[in-house]
Every structure is written in C-alpha cells, then in structure tokens.
Ligand binder design. Structure first.
Ligand code: DAH
Length: 339
C-alpha cells in the first residue's frame, strides 16, 4: 500500500509538472483528490489493515494528500501568473499608432443662410411666427383672396390630404393666422417649408423653403417695404447691392411687385449668371390687399401693411453660386463639405 501511495505521489507530481492550463489542473485535482479519485480508492482499503499498520498508513496517506494539495496550489499560482502575462501581452495597445480623425459636422447652407436672415430681421424689430405645414385650403388660398376657381391656384398645385386640407404652397398662409390672433402693430417673419407638386429638376423641388414677411400698422407705405428689403439685401450681399421693383400681380397684395436684386457676379453689368439682365429675381412683395386685411378682421380704412415672400433656396444658390437645386437636398458629403 505504501508502495502504491508513493507511486501515486510520483506520477501526480510528473503530471502536474507538464500541466499547462488551469482547466487541465482542475482535471488533475479531480483525478487524484476527488471523491472517486485515486487516493480515495486506496484509503477505502484501509479497513483491511491491522490497527498499528492502519495508524502508520493513515499518517503516510495524509502526508501524500497534503503534498499533492500543496503542489496543486503552487501550480495554480504559477499558471495564473502565466495567463495574466499572456493577456497583458495580447491586449497591449500600440500608442504610437495615429488616432482616428473624428469629423466635425457643420450647418447646412440652407440653415446658415436662414439663421442669417432671421438675425437681420430680429435686428429690425421683427419677431418670428410659426405656422402649420399641413393647412386648410382657407388659410393657404381663400383668405388670401384666392377663391376656389381662381386661375392663380393652377400655378400652385399641391398635395391634398382631403379636399379641404393640403400641404401649404406658400408661407403666406401664416399672415392670416397672425392677423387673426394679433392686433396691429404687426411685424413678423415666418420661415418654413412649403410644398408644390412640381417635378424635380435643377430649379424645382416638391419641397422648398420660404420666408414670409408681414408688417401691418397705421400709415405703412410702399416706401417702408422698399427700405426694409433694401436693408435685407445690403446685409446679405454687401453695401453696394441695389434692388429693383417691377410691377406684378399677386391676388393678396395691391399694388404688387417682383423684387430683383443686383447680380452679385457682375454688379449690374450683365453676365452669364444673370442671363445678361444685370438683376436677378428673388422675391414677391406688395401692399397687403384690403380684402385680406378685412378677412382677418383688421379695418383697412385705419391700417395698411406690406408683405413679401422670399425663396430661401434662391438666396442660397445666388450666395454660393450653386447651379442645381438638387444638391441642396441630396446630402452628398463632397458637396456639403464645401461650406
Ligand atoms: N406667396 C408668394 C409665392 O409663393 C410670394 C409672395 C408674393 C408673398 C407677394 C407675399 C407677397 O407675401 O406679398 O409665390
């Protein structure tokens, strides 16, 4: 029996020496010290011995057991240290590698110019009004002096939700909301998205942006309109910028005008950008039609007002010399990175 125990100890130590992983070590623990292990098997035969031999063998077996236990514990420490060392090496970070560059976003040119225009008007004492993009026919057309069969509706075909509810074609609808809810003096701009069922091309999009302006007070004249727009254009395009008013027709203003701005490229000389006109059409404007004032409960004998509607895309395209409107919506980074 002693021989057997010595043998077990010898083989166990050899196996421990060649063991290379914690998992393997655990298997060895079970093999030698487990309930069904080799040591246990021998100790189970102890009962067959005479008492003196049993005592001596018992002591010897216990020594073998604790020797193996110690060797296992020692080996475990060694293996743990080895595994830690391996992990440190495999997870090592090369701090000399160049870092990944993080790209910083920028505002879209439409947003930049919109913010600029808002700032200019806030500086002139205007406030900013908001209105719904999904709108009643009444606010988009009828209250603006465009009754159901008015021919000017044809130029502003849109997307209908019901016969009576549509996506607004112009920010002019906000004029009506503001005048219904606010007594003069009124001085607002209303920037936002508008919709028309136009096919997409270099100068058309079913969604675009307008900035509406409305001033209503006692004694407002066309001179106030011209001065306000001139200030806007000088701030946008520089102090030498000139504007020109051409007679036009809008159902909701009387008189009405189209407003041209001196070509930023040739300063009025005539060039390719302005198609030799020297001026570029930028917005519609006029004196608020008395009917529109009355529709909104404002006495047109006491108050007068001017209004204008500016296409944001046009301003941006002129500003940055962009010749295709689609680029503003396609989110091509090669385009957007230039601003
Ligand atoms: N709503 C017009 C359009 O979309 C632009 C416009 C013209 C607005 C004259 C006005 C205005 O307020 O007075 O074509």
């Amino acid at each position: 029996m002693k021989q057997q125990l010595e043998n077990i100890e010898k083989v166990a130590k050899q196996e421990l020496d060649s063991c290379t992983s914690i998992k393997e070590l655990d298997d060895l623990r079970i093999k030698y010290l487990g309930k069904k292990g080799e040591l246990k098997a021998i100790l189970n035969q102890m009962g067959k011995l005479v008492p003196e031999e049993r005592k001596e063998m018992g002591q010897f077996a216990n020594r073998v057991k604790s020797d193996i236990e110690n060797a296992l514990a020692e080996k475990l420490e060694t293996l743990k240290a080895q595994e830690l060392e391996q992990r440190i090496q495999s997870e090592e970070i090369d701090i000399t590698l160049p870092g990944k560059k993080i790209e910083v976003g920028k505002l879209h040119p439409l947003t930049t110019v919109m913010n600029e225009i808002k700032d200019i008007f806030l500086g002139m004492g205007f406030s900013i009004a908001d209105g719904p993009e999904v709108e009643y026919d009444y606010y988009n057309f009828e209250a603006l002096n465009l009754p159901p069969d008015h021919p000017a509706r044809d130029t502003q075909d849109t997307f209908y939700i019901t016969d009576n509810i549509l996506l607004r074609t112009q920010t002019s609808s906000v004029q009506v909301h503001v005048m219904e809810n606010q007594k003069p003096p009124i001085r607002i701009i209303s920037p936002g998205r508008v919709y028309r069922s136009d096919a997409v091309d270099a100068t058309h999009s079913p969604l675009f942006h307008q900035i509406e302006g409305l001033v209503v007070d006692k004694g407002i004249t066309m001179g106030d309109l011209k001065g306000t727009l001139e200030t806007l254009m000088k701030r946008l395009y520089g102090d030498d910028c000139k504007i020109r008013l051409r007679p036009h027709h809008f159902p909701f203003t009387e008189p009405s005008a189209e407003v041209d701005v001196m070509c930023f490229n040739c300063h009025g000389e005539g060039c390719r950008v302005c198609k030799n006109e020297g001026y570029i059409e930028l917005l519609g404007a006029g004196m608020v039609h008395p009917k529109v004032l009355e529709n909104c409960g404002i006495d047109s004998n006491v108050y007068s007002g001017f209004a204008f509607g500016l296409g944001l895309e046009r301003v941006v395209m002129r500003r940055y010399n962009i010749n295709d409107m689609r680029m503003l919506y396609e989110n091509d980074m090669r385009f957007l990175k230039q601003f």
